[in-house]
Write a protein that binds this ligand. Sequence first.
Ligand SMILES: O=C(O)CCC(=O)C(=O)O
Length: 465
Amino acid sequence: MTQQSCGQRWRHRRRWALFAAVAPVLLLSRHPKLSFTATQSTLPLRRSVLVRCQPGTQPSTIDAGLAAKLQAAKERVAQAKEAVKLFRTELCGRSFLSPEINRPLLTEIFITFVPKSAAAMREPILDKALADLIPDMRRDVEALVALVGSMAAARLPHEPAWQLMADVVAKECRAASARQLTAFAWAFATAGEPRQDLWDSLKAAMAGKLAELSPDEQVTFAWSCAEVNQHARDLFGDASAVAAPAASAQMLEAIQALPGEVLTDQVPIRLVPGVLTEEQGQALIRLADDAQLWSQSSRRGARDAEGEDALRTSSSAVLSAPSMFGNPAVQAVRTWASKLLRVPEDFVEALQLVRYRQGQQYSTHVDWGRPQDASLWLGGQRTATALIYLNSLPDGCGGETSFDRLGVTVRPKAGAALVWPNVNASGHPQELVEHRALPVLCDTTKYALNVWIREKALPTYVGRA
Ligand SMILES: O=C(O)CCC(=O)C(=O)O
């Protein structure tokens, strides 16, 4: 591990002290919720501060709405000050893969600085902080690791910051250890950064450090490269799409033992009623709505058993933020899946909601991954799927889940889980379970929840970040 010298540490502290001093001012002047004089938010910073200080520009009476805004502003400034203090402490001489670091905290701190609603505020703060900080950090690999790791965990959307970090890391990563290279790779993969020069540098540096690499780091590094289509085949080959036979056979037994309706004799597919209440379903949808998580469903890896591309027109929302794991409805689903399917909870992927409006569908596809699927590196193959319907669809409104090779079609019924294995007893991907979501025909919306079970534990920093 690269240690920071005392001088370096103090330079960081000075930078962060400066950052601490400007952040509250920037927060006050730029946060959209605080724009209580009409012109301020559009003025450049200096001017806006001046306007704020001129006598007579403040309203003489403070109504309840304004008082609430001021109170929120005070809280936000206090929060930001605290965040800067904590961030500085966390950055000093620790690593994001090391057990001591409080990564959720770093993540929350970044989220504090980059609320989605405050685009205007985030850029000046970050540009200033990073432009000040990064040149000093160039040779401090450990601090770069912590910074880029928390940027990734917070899903920092600020492109110039990522480009700045990519420039620095591509140049400096030769000095990094195998663990630090892994941390860089994870962060850039999580951010979806495909820059060739960066990945060439990371892989070249790693080629000289393979002897230092732990098994966990190896899978993380291999996953990261594959995730942005920069497969490290020269270093590690391809991931295996065949699950361990023991885990696969156990999963088949667990599904066979589930309560509920047996839908076919060829493969154990069960329809288990009453897994979630309607209130729990609504709570999950609200979670995605409130956090504005819905986006066009990914078509990456969406193929049928023959490898033909699938058509997918729905929207999805992945409940992967650290704070969402504490939500009672999320927890209820994870506990149910873990108990009934007899796997530890960390075999369960982050829950994925799907939403189909009228006309939307997902054509024939399989849920298991092929060897080039990056996620196979992390938790191995998907051994099972539980699809929980969050609302019912009336007869004639489409939206059924159909396994055409098995002649099974299921109409969505609120709270019921449709469960099937994705592998056979020897661990090979099961082609018979290719399935599709038929188009919704009425003026209504179908909501469902994908609960995917892996063959082994998913690293928490990937599944939960
Ligand atoms: O919505 C459905 O009925 C099926 C969903 C599905 O197969 C998926 O999201 O992978």
